[in-house]
Write a protein that binds this ligand. Structure first.
Ligand code: URA
Length: 271
């Protein structure tokens, strides 16, 4: 284990209240070397996972050559991510992302819920089914796009069973460096923020979705559209009007991606 990684690991244990660890000869010699040099810092090797200070400064460096390897490396770092863990308000299971790490189209939701946590995959419950239907209507398969969340852990509630809650801005902020790193790796041509939390987490705006949709925003230089969350559509009794709004947002996305739009698609949800 490299010195910065060993130190980070020990700091993490300390934060968890562990004040004694068994160390082997290699770890002992690494620590001795650090002690003799009188400094805990050593420049990171290129392409090496950075120390927590660097990570907090928003520059998570993933290991790997391909986009898939880099996303897997990010997910691995996220599992024990101290800024999220130390809040004490997020559950332990990390749910990272799904889909194609080289997709042109990236969708960002809120946070995993009960079903997502069980399967360790975003959008696999009822909201996920609705999202799959929307993608299908666009002529896209779920596997072709990249799906992520603005918070990588399910927020806790009192006496929690299957109930979920929205992540707070503070909780979302701890996952934001990962979302930014994912965007750098995936390099989508268009991003959609699904719902108010995702819009707030990414754009820092607490305006309602109704005011943020229908125009293009930018995130890390990439065109971003805000639309209603699929769960919101599920909650509408006669949601034709709301479905039409989401569909109009998706038509705008299809045009931006230069995807073919048929007459039939253009007239979906119109009476
Ligand atoms: N809602 C979200 O925003 N994300 C999920 O992964 C599941 C439900």
């Amino acid at each position: 284990m490299d010195a910065p990684i060993l130190l980070d690991y020990l700091k993490q244990l300390e934060k968890q209240g562990i004040d004694h660890v068994e160390i082997d000869d290699h770890a002992r010699s690494v620590l001795r070397e650090l002690y003799t040099r009188g400094s805990a810092r050593r420049p990171a090797k290129p392409n090496m996972v950075e120390t927590s200070e660097q990570l907090q400064s928003n520059s998570i460096v993933a290991q790997g050559n391909t986009a898939a390897e880099k996303i897997a490396s990010l997910a691995n770092i996220a599992k024990t991510w101290q800024p999220a863990r130390s809040l004490g308000s997020l559950r332990d299971t990390m749910v990272f992302s799904a889909g194609n790490p080289e997709a042109d189209f990236m969708l960002v939701g809120e946070a995993p819920g009960f079903q997502e946590e069980q399967k360790c995959e975003p959008f696999v419950g009822p909201a996920g089914e609705k999202l799959n239907q929307i993608l299908e209507a666009m002529g896209l398969a779920r596997e072709k796009v990249y799906i992520s969340n603005v918070c990588k852990f399910r927020p806790t509630t009192r006496n929690q069973t299957t109930n979920n809650r929205k992540p707070s801005p503070e909780e979302m902020a701890t996952s934001l460096p990962f979302v930014k790193a994912e965007i750098d790796i995936v390099k989508p041509r268009v991003i959609v923020a699904l719902g108010g939390s995702a819009a707030q987490g990414l754009l820092g705006s607490d305006k309602p979705v109704g005011q943020l949709r229908e125009s293009w925003h930018q995130f890390q230089g990439i065109p971003l559209r805000v639309t209603y969350h699929p769960s919101y559509l599920l909650r509408q009794e006669d949601g034709l009007g709301e479905k039409l709004k989401v569909w109009e947002d998706m038509l705008a996305v299809m045009e931006k991606l230069s995807l073919p739009v048929s007459e039939k698609q253009r007239s979906y949800f119109k009476k």
